[in-house]
Design a protein around this ligand. Structure first.
Ligand code: ATP
Length: 356
């Protein structure tokens, strides 16, 4: 296998802190990776007036995979590039409990499922405007009460797009993943989450498209829940899930809830796939309240790197990294503040390295 080229973009907020520790682990553990760290984020913005300079973009386009920390302010352009301009339409968020992690649930043992969030459409990116403007454009439109948009006067609207292409491809991905999980000894079940009882056309279309994709195979199980019911079931029956697939905003919200169930945002990793180059980032954002203090939990970033190794076919290395993290949690001696410990970001990284 040829040496893989990785681009590490810390971004802003806690991004650079958790990225530095993660790269240190990958480099010190001697993995066969070339890790490039171009200037980006606020530092690049101050130096060059651009948070995502052309050089960083070029390296990303030439890479095998990208690690991304977090975006804030001007560095949001990095996220826009990686997610939308590279068309990474799958946001894969594993929800797995590592014994020793600080879960608010009484019994989080055995929670292990995947949440797939459609990453390219739905309510994001925001397509919004003034209601009077839309009312002029859509004079023939009537809502379920027979009202024109003029009726509502001043205010704002947001447009939600659920396209054939976008839904077909995420449905296919969910089905494939459930089949793969089944071959690994998991249930092999797709849970589709919508609000099709209210959003009959857009969510109804999403649901039907997933159902069609599921029907093409006999090997996997299937169920559908409305998003409010799914939010409740996640907490009540977390071990019943295997592969959840949902639209962009529902996925965004449910993933934070699910992440909290297994120990919080400091632990939850994600992968963004399907586009020109895959990128891997923590579920958490820039965490401005703790940024610069050196106390952020780097687990989400480290486990995102683990997902990257898996994606690159470096299965053994991925497993070794995950096992090391799991051991640190099981021992409970080196945990960060969000997990009830006193270890700082760098010390946590050292503890993981010692276990590899
Ligand atoms: P975004 O809108 O970018 O998703 P957010 O507003 O949801 O961001 P986060 O940055 O994800 O906010 O942070 C939410 C909370 O979780 C904050 O209190 C933050 O300190 C905490 N948090 C986030 N990341 C970590 C981390 N790596 N370690 C510890 N705590 C974290």
């Amino acid at each position: 296998m040829s040496r893989k080229k990785i681009v590490a973009l810390g971004g802003d907020g806690v991004g650079p802190e958790v990225m530095q520790v993660t790269c240190h682990i990958l480099e010190t553990a001697g993995l066969d990776l070339e890790i490039l760290k171009p200037l980006c984020g606020m530092e690049a913005f101050k130096a060059q007036g651009n948070a995502f300079p052309d050089e960083a973009k070029r390296l990303c386009e030439e890479s095998d995979a990208i690690l991304f920390g977090a975006a804030e302010g001007p560095s949001v352009v990095i996220l826009v590039y990686l997610r939308w301009l590279m068309d990474n339409y799958v946001n894969l968020r594993p929800v797995k409990y590592y014994p020793g992690a600080f879960s608010p649930l009484k019994n989080p043992e055995g929670i292990d499922f995947l949440l797939i969030r459609e990453n390219s459409e739905g309510m994001y990116p925001g397509r919004e405007g003034d209601i009077p403007w839309l009312a002029k454009k859509l004079q023939d439109y009537r809502d379920p009460f027979g009202r024109t948009l003029d009726f509502y006067g001043e205010g704002k609207f947001a447009i939600r797009l659920i396209t054939q292409k976008g839904t077909d491809r995420i449905a296919r991905y969910a089905v494939e993943l459930a089949r793969e999980r089944r071959s690994q000894g998991f249930a092999g079940k797709v849970t589709c989450v919508t609000k099709s009882n209210v959003l009959r056309q857009s969510c109804g279309f999403f649901q039907k498209t997933v159902e069609k994709a599921v029907k093409k195979t006999t090997e996997i199980g299937y169920e559908h829940f409305h998003v409010d019911d799914a939010a409740r079931r996640l907490i009540r029956f977390p071990r019943d899930f295997d592969v959840i697939v949902t639209s962009n905003m529902f996925g965004d919200i449910l993933a934070d809830e699910a992440g909290e169930m297994v120990g919080g945002l400091g632990i939850a990793p994600s992968a963004c796939l399907g586009g020109r180059k895959p990128y891997f980032e923590p579920v958490h954002g820039s965490a401005p309240d703790i940024a610069g203090k050196g106390v952020a939990n780097p687990t989400a970033m480290i486990l995102s790197a683990k997902m990257m190794l898996d994606h690159l076919g470096m299965k053994e290395e991925a497993q070794a990294l995950e096992k090391a993290v799991a051991k640190v949690y099981r021992e409970g001696k080196h945990l960060t503040a969000d997990q009830g410990g006193k270890t700082d970001t760098k010390e946590f990284g050292e503890a993981v390295l010692k276990k590899i």
